[in-house]
Design a protein around this ligand. Structure first.
Ligand SMILES: C[S@@+](CC[C@H](N)C(=O)[O-])C[C@H]1O[C@@H](n2cnc3c(N)ncnc32)[C@H](O)[C@@H]1O
Length: 497
C-alpha cells in the first residue's frame, strides 16, 4: 500500500510538528551543532545522547530521525491531534511491540532566507528496493542551488521524487507541475505537498509524455542520470536505456516544452567516448532555437563511476554480487568505448535569436551557489547579443566587477624577479580567471564606466604605440569573454538588458 496523507491528516500532522518545533531551527537547537553534524555524517549516537527527554520534540527526533521505537503514549502526545493509528494508516508509522517506529523519513528542510518545509521520503532501510524514493541528497541540493529563482508563471519539476525541487519552485512560480514515472515517488511527493499545504499539480508518466502539448516558463530536473547498461536497478538513478541515450532524448525534447524565453535546467551525465570530444557529444543533443550553457563539474574514470554508484546503491563493491555487477558494468564501458563519465549542469533557454552555445569545464570546487551565476550568464548572453557588432561594443561603457583582482607572477632571473605573466579573476562565483597581456590589463584598469570602450582602446593605442585597429582586433574577443564571465559589467543603469 502506498503512503497517503489525507488533507485532514496533513493538517493535523502539520499542527503537531509545528507545535513541537520539529523544524530545521528547532531540531538544530535541540541537537546542537556537533550532534547535528554527526547525524549528517551517519553517526547517530551523539544525537541519542541529547534528544533523551520526554518532550514532544525529543520524541519526534528519536522516532523520525533516529529510528527508535517510541511508546504509544509518547507518540500519541507528540503527534496529537493526529493519532498514531491515523499516522500508521497514512503509511508514516508501523507498530512495533507496544510502541511505534517510523515507516518513512520525515524531516524538516529549510532554505536560508525562506520557509521551512517537511520532506517525506523513504527510509535508508529501503535503499535496496527498486522504487526507493530518495530524500534531499547532494544532487538535489546541487540542482536547487543552481536553479534560476526569478518569478515565472509556470514551472515543471520532471522526476519530482520526494518533491524538493517543486517545493523550491512554489516560491517563485505561480503554477508548479511535478511528474514522475514511479507511483511510490508520486505518492510521497503528494504527501510532501499536502503536509506543506503547497499546491503542486502531479502527473504520472515517463519523461515529457505526461505534459505533451504543454509549455513551461521553467523546467527543472534531477533525472535518473547515471549511465550504465540498459537496465533499471533503481528507478531514481537508472534510465533503463543504454548509456546517456535517455538524457540525449530528453534534452532534444525540452525545447518543445519551453515557452518563449523559458529556461530548462538539469543535472546530467555524458559519456566520454574514445575519439570523441565530450562537448561534441552533448552538442549533438541540443535542440535548435535554444541558448545552451553546459558546465562540466566532475569527470570520473570508469572504475570510480562504477564504485561510486555501487556504494550509493548500498552494494559493497568487494562482495561477490558487487564484483559481478562491476565486471558487467566495466565490460559494457569497454565495449562502448567509454573512457570516463562527465557530470554537470545543463541550462537551455528558448530564443528566437541566433543561439549562444557554450561548454565549460569547471571542476575546481567553489561554495557560491551557481543559480545567480546562471541568471547572470543568461543576462550577459542577451547583452552580448545586443552588442554583437564591434561598433555597438565599442560604444558601451563597462566597469570592472568589484570582486575582480589582477595577479602577476614572476620567475627568478639573473636580474632578480622577472614578470612572466598576469591574470584577472573574479573572487566569487565559479572564480572565472583569464590570463591577460599588458594592453588587456591596462584596458581593464581603465574600465570605470566613464569612457566608452572605443575611447579607452584609442588611449591604449597611443600609450602602447600600436595601431588602434590592431588593438581593437586583439582585444574585443577578450572583452566579450570578460563580459560573459562577469568580470566586466555594463556601467549604465541596471546593467543588463
Ligand atoms: C534522482 S531522483 C530526483 C528526485 C528529486 N527531484 C530530487 O531532486 O531530489 C529522480 C526521479 O526521477 C524519477 N524518474 C525515473 N525515471 C523517470 C522517467 N523516465 N520519467 C520521469 N521520472 C523518472 C524517479 O522516480 C525519481 O523520483
Amino acid at each position: 500500500m502506498l503512503p497517503h496523507l489525507s488533507p485532514d491528516a496533513a493538517k493535523a500532522l502539520r499542527e503537531a510538528l509545528t507545535r513541537a518545533r520539529y523544524t530545521t531551527d528547532g531540531v538544530r537547537s535541540l541537537l546542537g551543532a556537533a550532534a547535528h553534524a554527526a547525524l549528517g555524517r551517519g553517526e547517530p549516537e551523539p544525537a541519542h545522547r541529547v534528544a533523551a527527554d520526554a518532550d514532544a520534540l525529543d520524541v519526534l527526533v528519536r522516532l523520525l530521525l533516529l529510528g527508535s521505537v517510541e511508546p504509544d503514549a509518547a507518540v500519541a502526545a507528540a503527534l496529537a491531534p493526529l493519532t498514531p493509528g491515523d499516522a500508521a494508516a497514512a503509511g508514516l508509522l508501523v507498530a512495533d511491540g507496544a510502541g511505534w517506529r517510523a515507516a518513512l523519513d520525515l524531516r524538516p528542510y529549510g532554505v536560508a532566507d525562506g520557509p521551512d518545509w517537511w520532506v517525506l521520503s523513504d527510509l535508508d532501510a529501503r535503499r535496496q528496493q527498486r522504487d526507493h524514493v530518495t530524500g534531499v541528497g547532494a544532487a538535489s541540493l546541487t540542482l536547487a542551488a543552481a536553479t534560476v529563482r526569478r518569478p515565472v508563471g509556470s514551472a515543471l519539476d520532471l522526476g519530482t521524487g520526494c518533491g524538493v525541487q517543486a517545493l523550491h519552485a512554489s516560491r517563485h512560480a505561480r503554477r508548479v507541475t511535478g511528474t514522475d514515472v514511479a507511483p511510490r515517488a508520486l505518492a510521497l511527493a503528494a504527501a510532501t505537498f499536502a503536509l506543506n499545504d503547497v499546491d503542486v499539480e502531479l502527473v504520472d508518466g515517463p519523461w515529457l509524455a505526461p505534459v505533451t502539448g504543454r509549455r513551461f516558463d521553467q523546467i527543472v530536473s534531477n533525472p535518473p542520470f547515471v549511465p550504465g547498461p540498459a537496465r533499471v536497478e533503481f528507478v531514481y538513478r537508472d534510465s533503463g536505456e543504454d548509456g546517456d541515450a535517455a538524457l540525449a532524448a530528453l534534452v532534444a525534447d525540452l525545447a518543445g516544452h519551453l515557452a518563449s524565453g523559458g529556461v530548462a535546467q538539469l543535472l546530467a551525465s555524458w559519456l566520454h567516448v574514445r575519439g570523441e570530444d565530450w562537448p561534441d557529444r552533448v552538442r549533438s543533443w541540443l535542440p535548435a532555437g535554444c541558448d545552451a550553457w553546459v558546465v562540466q563539474r566532475e569527470v570520473a574514470d570508469p572504475a570510480l563511476h562504477v564504485g561510486t554508484w555501487q556504494r550509493d546503491g548500498g552494494l559493497d563493491p568487494a562482495s561477490p554480487a558487487g564484483r559481478d555487477q562491476a565486471r558487467a558494468w566495466l565490460e559494457w564501458m569497454d565495449r562502448t568505448g567509454v573512457e570516463a563519465v562527465g557530470f554537470g549542469l545543463l541550462t537551455l533557454r528558448r530564443t528566437d535569436a541566433a543561439p549562444t552555445v557554450v561548454f565549460e569545464d569547471v571542476r575546481e570546487p567553489f561554495d557560491d551557489p551557481l543559480g545567480p551565476e546562471v541568471e547572470g550568464w543568461l543576462d550577459r548572453v542577451d547583452w552580448l547579443r545586443a552588442h554583437a557588432d564591434d561598433t555597438a561594443l565599442l560604444s558601451a561603457r563597462l566597469t570592472l566587477a568589484p570582486s575582480v583582482l589582477l595577479e602577476r607572477w614572476s620567475a627568478p632571473g639573473p636580474e632578480g624577479w622577472t614578470a612572466v605573466g598576469a591574470a584577472v579573476g573574479r573572487q566569487d562565483g565559479p572564480r572565472w580567471r583569464h590570463e591577460v597581456d599588458g594592453p588587456a590589463a591596462d584596458l581593464l584598469a581603465g574600465c570605470h564606466g566613464a569612457l566608452p570602450l572605443g575611447e579607452l582602446v584609442e588611449l591604449l593605442a597611443i600609450a602602447h604605440d600600436r595601431p588602434t585597429d590592431a588593438l581593437v582586433t586583439a582585444t574585443l574577443p577578450a572583452v566579450r569573454e570578460f563580459v560573459r564571465h562577469g568580470l566586466l559589467v555594463p556601467a549604465d543603469a541596471g546593467g543588463w538588458p
